[in-house]
Write a protein that binds this ligand. Structure first.
Ligand code: GUN
Length: 283
């Protein structure tokens, strides 16, 4: 079977064009959507992600502010910084790039972000609302995957979605969003014995384990939709996903590449969430 390669860059661009139009309308009414990105320390991957997020904001006319803090900053000082941004009217969304240094309690930090500005959708209030199917900011990566499936014309209702990985950021919310669209959802993870037994049943396989080329042809059913959320580096220091792309190509009906698959969708949904936050000013 020839696999359709889902182009996240193209789908993301299409959505961004719509978001840019909304930014323009907001600006005409005197509101410039603003995103604050807090980066603690010098993690090179985090620096790249943050730079991409900022560039994307600027490309569609949004305001973005980078708050760069030293690795040694105290938890208290970081919380103070977040509280200041919570109060600032020109900032509609706040994102704290993860992971944080070990001496800082991530849960405490995330809980300090005002739910009205939690455009990452990571706070307990956002997560609770998502679980209940209430209106809230959805976490950008799973939200982006849902948009990607929708734009590709893949109806998830009644399909068996198998998720590999149970992180708070991707795996867990991914299952919830698929469930809300009537998929049958199975969660698997690092302690699941005989992983291929489960993944081979997937009509839709979501790979979110964070291990380079971990999912191979032995895990995939002929005709499955394969969504690769991983961003890893292989032995040659090249970007690669959790799925061995070449090995799975020709077995999957659809597959997302890395780079150019889920990554651009994640940033797109961050822009969408921030613009949505700014639009609330008009309500
Ligand atoms: N680190 C890796 N992915 C993410 C993300 O989506 N948001 C934040 N804040 N940090 C991350």
């Amino acid at each position: 079977m020839s696999s359709v390669i889902i182009n996240g860059k193209e789908i993301g661009q299409e959505i961004r064009t719509g978001v840019a139009t909304r930014v323009k309308k907001l600006k005409e009414q005197g509101i410039t959507p603003g995103l604050a990105v807090i980066l603690v320390g010098d993690n090179p991957a985090s620096k790249t992600y943050v730079a991409n997020k900022q560039k994307s904001c600027e490309q569609i006319g949004m305001y973005s502010e980078l708050v760069k803090l030293p690795e040694e900053i105290s938890e208290q000082a970081l919380l103070e910084q977040i509280r200041e941004l919570n109060e600032r009217a020109s900032i509609h969304g706040i994102l704290v790039q993860l992971p944080l240094p070990k001496h800082i309690n991530e849960d405490k930090v995330i809980q300090t972000i005002s739910p009205e500005k939690d455009v990452d959708g990571f706070s307990p209030i956002s997560v609770g609302k998502m679980m209940l199917g209430q209106d809230t900011y959805l976490p950008c990566t799973p939200y982006g995957v849902m948009k990607m499936l929708e734009h590709t014309g893949i109806d998830v209702a009644g399909k068996h979605a198998v998720i590999v990985g149970r992180s708070h950021i991707v795996g867990k919310p991914m299952g919830q969003l698929l469930l809300q669209k009537d998929a049958t959802v199975t969660y698997t993870h690092s302690k699941t014995p005989d992983l291929p037994y489960f993944t081979k049943q997937a009509d839709i396989l979501i790979a979110a384990v964070g291990r380079a080329n971990f999912i191979t042809s032995e895990h995939i059913k002929e005709g499955a939709v394969v969504i690769d959320v991983g961003i890893n580096r292989n032995e040659d220091n090249r970007l690669c996903g959790d799925v061995d792309f070449e090995d799975v190509l020709g077995i999957a009906s659809h597959i997302t590449p890395v780079p150019g698959g889920v990554g651009p969708m994640t940033i797109t949904m961050l822009l969408e969430n921030t613009v949505q936050a700014a639009e609330k000013e008009l309500e």
